[in-house]
Design a protein around this ligand. Structure first.
Ligand code: KG4
Ligand code: ZN
Length: 367
């Protein structure tokens, strides 16, 4: 089975061609194509949904065309291409962005007479772990505990099979990625802030600032990151008075705080970032491993943009070995938004629909 998959839930426009493996246990990636409007949002200090949707319109056809071409499939409106269906993200996300992908997929479905497979973007992130990335690739063993950790989500799930996935808990306020992004913004960096914080953190001491680990001992599978964000912002402002009056200005003008500091001050900044990153990671790892022990899982699977964090993967690798668990994380290009994961989810949560029935749903959650 071979699918064209399309993802347009936010500021990335992506298309892929994926094929199921011979034993149907994972997806093979034949091609992927991606365009982003991130550069537009850097100028405005945040994503303006209208601009993101306009960029989606501009990119969608070239991106689909490129994905087909890279897989050696010709685009011909008269003759259907060699695909069996079209997997499409229908939510959650920005409605304007979602509509561009959904309406394009519906048009192609009608013209090419191919079924649509609606995919929830959040389940899509999980299935980034079911895409072949090496010749000796094996998919995660089930039951698994899944941590979806992105800019908008921090959720734990129990996955017993592809049709039995239960939500265990999530964040009560900010997502882990949002915490990285908002703290980075105080320091003068635009979205996405996680990679910038982790770059600065690599030069710092993670024990320098004893930030609290929110809800680490709460005996449930809930998270909270907004208090940690506030603690970081307050402590950073205490050390760098310039931020007390002009943090917004620095952020919007893209003048990174680091450039204003002498060497000892820079070290304090690196220590603050390392301590913040360590606090976030400690909570994520502790709660995920606790869930795996509680449900007697065979593996831990992580996904979403924050899963690209190298230290997070390093600590998960260590803790899972200690606990006799297998650990799976996608390569970086499959952690952040992409269409390959939407195609992989399309195989395993394969419910086809017709172009007359499909509509975008920006409010979707894990259901
Ligand atoms: O999955 P994603 O691309 O978009 C959403 O669906 O939210 O995730 C984006 C998030 C952002 O918050 C970004 O700061 C974070 O992932 N992120 C990271 C890293 N790379 C991306 N956070 C920490 N460390 C990283 N290396
Ligand atoms: Zn995402």
């Amino acid at each position: 089975m071979r699918l064209l998959s399309i993802e347009t839930s936010c500021d990335e426009t992506a298309a892929s061609i994926v094929e199921s493996s011979a034993d149907q246990s994972y997806a093979k990636l034949l091609s992927h194509s991606l365009a982003t409007s991130l550069h537009l949002h850097a100028q405005t200090g945040g994503i303006i949904p209208e601009s993101a949707a306009r960029a989606q319109i501009q990119y969608i056809i070239p991106v689909i065309y490129e994905a087909l071409e890279k897989a050696g499939i010709s685009w011909d409106m008269q003759n259907p291409p060699a695909i069996d269906g079209i997997a499409i993200t229908y939510g959650p996300g920005l409605i304007g962005s979602l509509l561009v992908g959904v309406e394009t997929a519906k048009t192609l479905s009608y013209v090419w007479n191919r079924p649509l497979i609606p995919v929830n973007h959040l389940f899509g992130h999980i299935y980034a772990n079911w895409i072949q990335t090496a010749d000796d690739f094996t998919p995660p063993m089930l039951p698994a505990i899944v941590l979806v950790v992105s800019g908008g989500h921090t959720d734990l799930l129990l996955m017993k099979s592809h049709t039995d996935i239960t939500w265990l808990g999530g964040t009560r306020d900010d997502a882990a990625g949002e915490c990285f992004d908002k703290c980075a913004r105080l320091l003068g960096y635009n979205y996405p802030g996680g990679p910038r914080i982790s770059e600065l953190a690599a030069k710092g001491d993670p024990k320098a600032f004893p930030f609290s680990r929110p809800m680490i001992g709460s005996h449930d599978f809930e998270f909270s990151f907004s208090g940690l964000k506030t603690a970081f912002i307050n402590t950073t402002r205490q050390h760098f008075p310039i931020l007390r009056t002009s943090s917004e200005k620095i952020g919007w003008e893209q003048i990174a705080l680091e450039k204003h500091l002498d060497q000892p001050q820079k070290q304090t900044l690196y220590d603050l970032c390392a301590s913040l990153q360590q606090a976030i990671i400690d909570v994520l790892v502790k709660k995920t491993v606790a869930a795996a022990q509680h449900y007697n899982a065979s593996s831990i699977v992580i996904s979403g943009g924050v899963a690209a964090n190298d230290l997070l993967k390093e600590i998960f690798t260590k803790k899972t070995i200690e606990n006799g668990l297998q650990f799976f994380a996608p390569p970086k290009y499959l952690c952040t938004d992409n269409a390959a994961m939407i195609g992989a989810a399309g195989f395993f949560r394969n419910q086809t629909t017709t172009w007359q029935q499909l509509s975008a749903n920006p409010q979707l959650y894990f259901d």
